[in-house]
Design a protein. Sequence first.
Length: 141
Amino acid sequence: MQELQEYRSADNSILNMETFSFETVLAWQKAHLFTRYVYDITKRFPEDERYGLVSQFRRAAVSIGANIAEGYKKLSKADKLRFLNIAEGSLSECENYIVLSKDIGYIDESEYMVLFNCAKEVSRLLTAYCKGIINNNLNNN
């Protein structure tokens, strides 16, 4: 059983470190799920795409969650938004790979819809997260 670390705040109240984790961000959770889908689906791509489309698709998918996580710990609003913008760019790159994969016959309609719908949800959540930071409603540090 995993133990939760506890820390004391300035007023000596106990803080649960779980509230200070990028893993609690819904956008990160959905991005992580999207990345797992990308890994599962690209396992079936042709072998000759291992160092081409598969590598590019996976790297872009991994970049989404990684940039959300890195931005989460940044102190300034501008730094947070910069990393979330990079995540959005990586997501757009993945959306391109989804369309390409379908067009060249590497994924079928159902796989396309799974990836497409998950990507759209990540996009929606990233946009909401950015708006919350811009409006100063989200201070996660």
